[in-house]
Design a binder for this molecule. Structure first.
Ligand SMILES: Cc1cc2nc3c(=O)[nH]c(=O)nc-3n(C[C@H](O)[C@H](O)[C@H](O)COP(=O)(O)OP(=O)(O)OC[C@H]3O[C@@H](n4cnc5c(N)ncnc54)[C@H](O)[C@@H]3O)c2cc1C
Ligand code: FES
Length: 344
C-alpha cells in the first residue's frame, strides 16, 4: 500500500535534456521507452548491462543484484541498471554517450563468413556512415521480423568501404533468436538497423604491458582495439602484449592468420596463446591446456592493462586472477557478452 505522502508518479530527467513522468512501479527503462526516448537496452531483464546509467540524484528501488554486471568502480560512482530500477522519488540520471536523436543506420547483410563451427563473421553494408570507437558495440535490429534487438560488438573496420561497411563475429547461441538468424545464409540481403554505438570498452593509450583475455566471439572487439592501436601508432604498441584465447578445443580457435599479422605489426613482444579446456587428451595438440585463468600471472599482470571480452563466468574468474596478480582494477576494461540465459 502506498504511504500517505508517497507519490504515485515520479519525474525522470535524463542528461538535463529530457524530462518525463514515470508511472507507479515503472522501471526507468520502460518509462523512457514508453515516452519514445532512444534509451540503449537489450535484454530488459538485468542480464546485459546495456541500459546502465548514473544516478545523479533521487532514490530508486533496485529489483536485482547489479554487482554481477557492473564494476566496483561503477557501483561506487552510483551506476544503476535502468531496466531494474523503479524510482522512489524524482530522479535525475546521466546516460553516457547518449544520442537523443539517434535514429540508427539502416543497411543489409551483405556477407556471412563462417569462422568456426558456431561463429560467423556477419558483414553489414550500411546506407550511411556509422561512427564508433573500435571496441564499442551496437544494438542490431532486424527490419522484417519481430526478433528483439541484440547487442553485437563491431569487429575490425572494412577499409575499402570505410565506415559504410562493418562486421560482427556472431556465435550461434542454441535456441537463440537473433544469433541463429544473423548467421543463417538465407538472410543475406535482409535489412537491419544499427543503433548509435555504445559502451566504454575501447583503447586506452596507457604505456603499460597489455594482457588480453578472450572467449568465443569476444575476439571481435579485441581485434578492433588492437587494430586501432596499430593504425593510430598508440603508445601501447611499444609494450609487450599477451593475448590469451580461452576455448574448448582446436576447432574453436579462429582468426589465427589475422592475429599473426597483427603480431608482426606490433613493435614489442606479441604472444598469442590459445588455451584449450576440453581438448581430447590423446589429440595432436601440443599447445596450452586447462583454464585460461591458469595462464594469468604476476609476469603478465604487474603494472599492466587488461582488456577482456567474452562469456561472463570466464571474465569474472579472469578479472579476479588479474587483480590478485597485481593488476590494478582501474586498468581492467571488459565487456561481458551476456544473453537472456545469463551465460553467453
Ligand atoms: C555489450 C554486449 C556485446 C555483445 N557482443 C556480442 C558479439 O560481438 N558477438 C556475439 O556473438 N554476442 C554478443 N553479445 C551477446 C548478444 O547480444 C546476444 O545476447 C546473443 O547473440 C544471444 O542472442 P539471441 O537473440 O540469439 O538469443 P536469445 O533468444 O536472447 O536467447 C539466448 C539464450 O537464453 C535463453 N533464454 C531466452 N530467454 C530466456 C529467459 N527468459 N530465461 C532464461 N533463458 C532464456 C535461450 O534459450 C538461449 O539459450 C553481446 C552482448 C552484450 C551485452
Ligand atoms: S537492458 Fe538492462 S541489463 Fe540488459
Amino acid at each position: 500500500m502506498l504511504g500517505l505522502f508517497e507519490k504515485k508518479e515520479h519525474r525522470l530527467v535524463i542528461n538535463a535534456q529530457k524530462s518525463l513522468v514515470l508511472k507507479h512501479k515503472e522501471t526507468i527503462l520502460n518509462g523512457a521507452l514508453r515516452n519514445d526516448v532512444k534509451f540503449p537496452h537489450s535484454c530488459k531483464v538485468g542480464g546485459c548491462g546495456t541500459c546502465k546509467c548514473r544516478l545523479i540524484s533521487g532514490k530508486v528501488k533496485e529489483l536485482t543484484d547489479k554487482s554481477y554486471l557492473l564494476s566496483k568502480q561503477e557501483i561506487a560512482e552510483n551506476y544503476i541498471l535502468a531496466c531494474q530500477s523503479t524510482p522512489k522519488s524524482d530522479v535525475v540520471i546521466e546516460l553516457p554517450n547518449w544520442d537523443k536523436n539517434d535514429n540508427g543506420v539502416a543497411g543489409y547483410i551483405s556477407g556471412i563468413e563462417p569462422l568456426t563451427h558456431n561463429i560467423s563473421e556477419v558483414i553489414v553494408s550500411l546506407d550511411d556512415h556509422i561512427h564508433y570507437k573500435p571496441g564499442q558495440y551496437t544494438s542490431v535490429q532486424t527490419l522484417d521480423t519481430d526478433i528483439p534487438a541484440r547487442c553485437y560488438s563491431f569487429a575490425h573496420k572494412h577499409t575499402l568501404d570505410e565506415d559504410k561497411k562493418t562486421s560482427f563475429f556472431v556465435r550461434a547461441v542454441p535456441e537463440g533468436h537473433m544469433s541463429t538468424w544473423l548467421i543463417d545464409p538465407m538472410n543475406i540481403g535482409a535489412k537491419v538497423k544499427l543503433s548509435a554505438a555504445s559502451g566504454d570498452f575501447y583503447l586506452r593509450d596507457q604505456a603499460t604491458p597489455v594482457l588480453c583475455v578472450v572467449g568465443g566471439s569476444g575476439l571481435a572487439p579485441i581485434i578492433a582495439v588492437l587494430e586501432e592501436a596499430i593504425n593510430s601508432n598508440s603508445a601501447i604498441i611499444d609494450q609487450p602484449l599477451t593475448l590469451l584465447m580461452g576455448v574448448r578445443s582446436q576447432r574453436d580457435i579462429y582468426y589465427q592468420e589475422h592475429i599473426k599479422n597483427l603480431g608482426v605489426l606490433w613493435k614489442n613482444d606479441f604472444h598469442f596463446i590459445p588455451v584449450l579446456s576440453d581438448e581430447p587428451i590423446d589429440s595432436d595438440w601440443s599447445g596450452q591446456r586447462g583454464m585460461v585463468t591458469e595462464y594469468i600471472n604476476e609476469k603478465n599482470c604487474h603494472y599492466g592493462t587488461g582488456y577482456l571480452c567474452g562469456p561472463p563466468a570466464m571474465l569474472d574468474a579472469a578479472m579476479k586472477k588479474m587483480q590478485v596478480s597485481g593488476m590494478e582494477s582501474h586498468r581492467i576494461f571488459f565487456d561481458k557478452f551476456l544473453d537472456q540465459s545469463g551465460s553467453s
